[in-house]
Design a protein around this ligand. Structure first.
Ligand code: SF4
Length: 757
């Protein structure tokens, strides 16, 4: 029995956990009080993490698909040699546009992503399709317009706010804020702090909030624009703040003055006096913030919703101060900026641009499944399962079957892996050095490097090793004997020695190798590092970048040194802190240094958004499709026991094994449905058989299904409903191409007695 500090990998908070390991199993799991961010907090999910580490779908050997669809074991050399040859042939014949990377990481599985990107660059491609572009790129696009770069990422200072506005966000279940349930309970208990929730469902968070605006699905843009119009009408905007920190407010105000407040509020299905009260209290609060989530990002007007939500804290001056909305530093460069240059190549079939260097999975089936000579022909899927987790399972399956080469790198035999030509087994998150990379806290920001607890299962390898070997087989990355020798001499403290000098000299002579920087450092310095910590060589690189970029904030966190010595101090602190480390402490006024526009102002006049705001007026009240499909399904509800598809063994769920469809009791009665009945849910795209559960938390005319079900564990039939059988990849936001999962028109009918057996 051994005890280890690591992290929960089931949501973006990556709470620190302490685990006992015995005979290959995670036997006892509790919150790690030494973790400087989560400080011992956990929810109910991580105690079940052994279902991730040990399950029947774990991969142990590289597999090649036979013509009959079954798989055979092959050696790493056989697999990588053939894959390398096929990739080079595709690149030579069709160019870089024929290749796409899909995924790259996941919750707390980040270090391998950089190595997948190296393969993408080797293929002369820029197409990286990710889950972020399924959710957040509309918001990133808005950030780019407002703040100058799509990587300017805003977080809400919920713990210090007097008034918190949760829009389409249910942190009780989805977390995403600091120690979510404790933070929510603190607000609930406080006599001075308040919280309002905008959500069609009476969620767990809505139940403990001071106000719940139970908006009709798909009408958030109407409600949010009415709230902004109330701010203008009642002279509640912070004019001094706007004068000092923004540009272009007059144009926005002109449009907001034309908003028919009562009409929009009625359309949203909420009472005008409630909306006025929430808006006025939000504006009057000394410290207020806005937190959004998929409830509006996955609904109609997704990108416009993000813009309007951001205008609420900007117009009230709640930015750059405690309890407001602020930027944060980021250790891992997960979000970048897609300007007009090299990294904003539009896709060939749908003409979709990248946002923040991410392409939306929603368009990938169309980019593959066409007859264009420049279509996508080869895809590497890494730590992602688009067949279940992206919209339109049918479109993905059809498209993936047409690929000349599909390779899946994963820990488990996923639904996507079953279609692959090669399946390459990756070490699990507890079998390698990994990092919890969504560090998004402000003003203190931490980072957690996790050491392995177990050796890799069977013949599995880390993603870093898989891609490095592949690139070496492809002849893209040569060996560097001199660098390897220097790295061995320098292994204890690379920054103080010769390695950086030798690395810079190598790249000065062969600058084209810069695209493989992470691979070169991994295969030289990394392989020389003690404890098999090769992947941490990437962390070494990032430590130096972080120290240069946020020098003062890093020093405030207690780190000392100048230039390379400060970067080395960051790296050593990370290496030595098994429970995670605080790397920076910002000041609230630092927020303005994150704004990328030269004038350091927020450019609130975004012409596309003002046009979209005006276009709301001519939008029909009742979409035509609701005549045929009268219910709105909100797909992807987060519940106590769902977690994307990370946990495949259904035994991990303590409740809700069937992933029941929630329906209002009156709607259920009208359809003759009782709890536990089976029903068919049909959309324009497909149909699912579901188990019904009545819930008064759902409004009439609305249905809700969780995500993360439909897994074919150990080759079984799908367990529970795969909601993406119902979603359609062309039902998407016009700017970000993100799916409208929270607005899926469907019909519901009771299964006949024979069918339900
Ligand atoms: S809040 Fe998220 S990271 Fe923390 S324990 Fe729960 S699922 Fe895990």
């Amino acid at each position: 029995m051994t005890t280890h500090q690591t992290a929960c990998i089931l949501c973006s908070r990556n709470c620190g956990i302490q685990v006992e390991a015995h005979d290959g199993h995670l036997t006892k799991i509790r919150g790690d009080t030494q973790n400087p961010v989560s400080q011992g907090y956990i929810c109910q999910k991580p105690t079940r993490l052994d279902y991730y580490q040990n399950n029947a779908d774990r991969l142990t050997h590289p597999l090649r698909r036979r013509p009959d669809g079954t798989f055979e074991r092959v050696t790493w050399d056989e697999a990588l040699e053939d894959i390398g040859k096929r990739l080079l042939a595709i690149r030579e014949k069709h160019g870089g546009k024929a290749f796409a990377l899909c995924g790259g990481g996941g919750q707390a599985n980040h270090l391998g992503g950089a190595f997948g990107l190296s393969l993408m660059l080797a293929m002369r491609s820029v197409y990286c399709y990710t889950s972020l572009a399924q959710e957040l790129t509309g918001e990133f696009w808005v950030n780019g317009k407002l703040f100058g770069r799509q990587s300017c990422h805003i977080e809400a200072d919920v713990e210090r706010a007097d008034f918190v506005l949760m829009i389409g966000k249910n942190p009780w279940q989805s977390h995403g804020i600091h120690n979510a349930r404790d933070t929510l309970k603190d607000i609930q208990k406080s006599s001075t702090r308040k919280m309002a929730v905008i959500d069609p469902r009476r969620t767990e968070t809505a139940k403990i909030a001071d106000y719940h605006l139970q908006v009709r699905p798909g009408t958030d843009a109407f409600l949010l624009s009415a709230m902004l119009a109330i701010l203008v009408r009642d002279n509640l905007v912070d004019r001094e703040f706007l004068e000092k920190h923004t540009l272009g407010y007059d144009a926005l105000e002109k449009v907001l003055r034309e908003v028919p407040i009562s009409e929009y509020v009625a359309r949203a299905g909420v009472a005008l006096e409630d909306v006025e009260r929430v808006t006025q209290e939000f504006a009057a609060a000394e410290r207020a913030c806005v937190r959004t989530d998929l409830g509006i990002l996955h609904s109609l007007h997704s990108t416009l919703n993000s813009y309007l939500a951001w205008m609420l804290f900007i117009l009230t001056g709640n930015m750059g101060k405690p309890g407001g909305n602020n930027f944060h530093s980021a250790f891992l460069p997960v979000i970048d900026h897609s300007g007009d240059g090299l990294f904003n190549v539009k896709t060939t079939a749908t003409g979709t641009p990248a946002i923040a260097r991410h392409y939306p999975p929603n368009v990938l089936p169309e980019e593959i499944d066409n007859n264009r000579p420049d279509r996508v022909r080869a895809v590497f899927v890494q730590s992602m399962n688009p067949l279940l987790s992206s919209a339109d399972t049918q479109a993905f399956e059809r498209a993936f079957r047409k690929l000349e080469l599909l390779v899946v790198v994963d820990v488990a035999m996923t639904e996507t892996a079953r279609l692959a030509h090669y399946v390459l087994p990756a070490a699990s998150q507890f079998e390698k050095w990994e990092a919890s990379g969504f560090n998004m806290d402000f003003p203190r920001n931490g980072f957690h490097l996790r050491a392995p607890i177990f050796p890799p299962l069977g013949k599995s390898l880390t993603e870093a090793e898989i891609y490095t070997r592949l690139l070496e087989k492809m002849g893209e990355v040569p060996r560097f004997p001199l660098l390897e020798r220097v790295a061995k001499l320098d292994r204890q403290a690379p920054s103080r020695g010769l390695f950086p000098l030798a690395l810079v000299s190598t790249l000065a002579v062969r600058p084209w190798l810069a695209r493989y920087l992470v691979v070169i450092v991994y295969s030289t310095l990394g392989r020389a590092l003690p404890e098999g910590a090769a992947e941490t060589s990437f962390v070494w690189l990032l430590s130096h970048v972080y120290a240069v970029r946020y020098r003062q904030a890093v020093k405030r966190a207690g780190l000392t040194g100048t230039a390379m010595a400060l970067g080395e101090a960051v790296f050593q602190k990370i290496l030595g802190a098994r429970s995670g480390a605080v790397l920076s402490e910002h000041l609230y006024e630092d927020t303005w240094s994150f704004v990328h526009h030269k004038d350091r102002k927020v450019h609130v006049e975004v012409s596309e958004m003002l046009s979209a705001l005006q276009a709301l007026r001519s939008e029909p009240t009742e979409p035509e499709i609701l005549r045929t499909f009268p219910f709105v399904l909100m797909a992807g509800e987060r519940r106590s026991y769902n977690a994307n598809t990370t946990l495949r063994d259904p035994a991990w769920r303590k409740v809700d094994p069937e992933g029941c469809l929630s329906i209002h009791p009156d709607d259920a009665e009208a359809l003759g449905l009782a709890d536990g009945d089976r029903a068919i849910c049909r959309s324009a795209r497909g149909e699912l058989t579901v188990t019904v559960k009545r819930s008064a938390n759902i409004p009439r005319g609305v249905l809700s299904l969780p995500h993360g079900y439909g897994i074919q564990y150990a080759g079984s039939e799908p367990m529970g409903p795969n909601v993406n059988v119902l979603t359609s990849s062309d039902h998407r936001d016009p700017i970000a191409a993100t799916p409208y999962h929270k607005y899926v028109p469907v019909r519901l009918e009771k299964c006949s007695a024979t069918m339900s057996k």
